[in-house]
Design a protein around this ligand. Structure first.
Ligand SMILES: CCCCCCCC/C=C\CCCCCCCC(=O)SCCNC(=O)CCNC(=O)[C@H](O)C(C)(C)COP(=O)(O)OP(=O)(O)OC[C@H]1O[C@@H](n2cnc3c(N)ncnc32)[C@H](O)[C@@H]1OP(=O)(O)O
Length: 249
């Protein structure tokens, strides 16, 4: 069954307190695991910054693409009535809840030094600047990614591992929304052209097929105007149960 964004959002809201976290743990099949994997926010934290919103480091291309998709998240009908558009912006936070193995007893619910890899600096523009949008009807996710100077691999260009991280993030988000809790089982990336540091690229991912526990996603990274292909990728995600996640098995 596909996971609706509404369902994910509801589970996020339900996870707003410690007692609700515990109640989620006593009902392992619930969607709380989605939040665990994504570093979704909790009221346990006094400040939650949504990293997917524009900041001062975003360049003109990043802003142009952001506005392009964001303007399609809500459409204004005749008479000024607003309706949901085809795209959804996916919020993004930097904390991941860590549960002790065993489940119900929570040992140090929040490991205070843990941060989501792609959101581990609050310094705007230095590393991964990105925002994801999801289109349910087309079963696809796009990411707009501006690579900061801390991501250097070959001189002046983005490290292949950093690119892989972003591909994993965009394909993983799509698999997660469509199939629930998943892990990456295989990521097969063809690097076609290096990505210049500081540039903005577009990551597009779409569902190829689902077979039982397996969700196959294809993806490509292009320059922001689509003229240059940087990578093409096939990815396999395998569904896991909530208890697998807790036990790390
Ligand atoms: C308020 C709104 C909310 C919005 C929400 C959206 C926001 C989105 C934002 C941000 C998203 C960020 C997303 C980040 C994503 C990151 C994800 C990761 O990086 S995960 C870490 C790296 N991955 C691992 O550590 C896995 C380690 N591996 C494993 O755990 C296992 O090997 C596993 C589960 C992958 C497979 O385990 P088995 O082999 O025991 O499972 P068996 O059930 O046997 O396999 C199922 C099927 O899959 C095939 N399979 C398994 N591994 C395969 C492989 N490597 N290649 C090909 N096939 C494989 C098997 O052959 C089997 O196929 P047959 O069903 O028989 O047809």
């Amino acid at each position: 069954m596909a996971w609706s964004l509404g369902r994910i959002c509801k589970s996020v809201q339900r996870l707003g307190s410690l007692s609700s976290v515990q109640s989620q743990l006593s009902h392992p099949a619930t969607s709380g695991s989605v939040r665990t994997m994504l570093g979704l926010p909790s009221s346990c934290f006094s400040k939650t910054r949504d990293f997917s919103l524009p900041n001062s480091s975003w360049g003109p291309e990043m802003m142009r693409l952001y506005k392009h998709y964001n303007s399609q998240c809500e459409v204004v009908m005749e008479g000024g009535v607003k309706q949901e558009g085809p795209w959804r912006r996916l919020p993004s936070y930097n904390r991941v809840l860590k549960y002790a193995t065993g489940g119900v007893y929570l040992n140090k619910i929040i490991q205070s030094k843990a941060r989501l890899f792609t959101r581990n600096t609050g310094d705007p523009g230095v590393a991964f600047e990105y925002v994801l949008f999801f289109n349910r009807e087309e079963q696809r996710c796009v990411g707009i990614f501006q690579a900061g100077h801390l991501l250097e691999g070959p001189p002046g260009h983005v490290h292949g591992g950093a690119t892989a991280t972003m591909i994993d993030t965009v394909t993983g988000a799509l698999a997660l929304i469509l199939s629930g809790p998943v892990v990456t089982a295989n990521l097969n990336i063809n690097y076609r052209k290096p990505i210049p540091l500081g540039s903005t690229v577009l990551l597009e991912s779409s569902l190829d097929r689902k077979e039982g526990k397996k969700t196959f996603i294809t993806s490509k990274v292009t320059s922001s105007d689509g003229s240059k292909l940087h990578t093409d990728t096939t990815a396999l995600f395998v569904s896991i149960s909530f208890s697998n996640l807790l036990l790390g098995s």
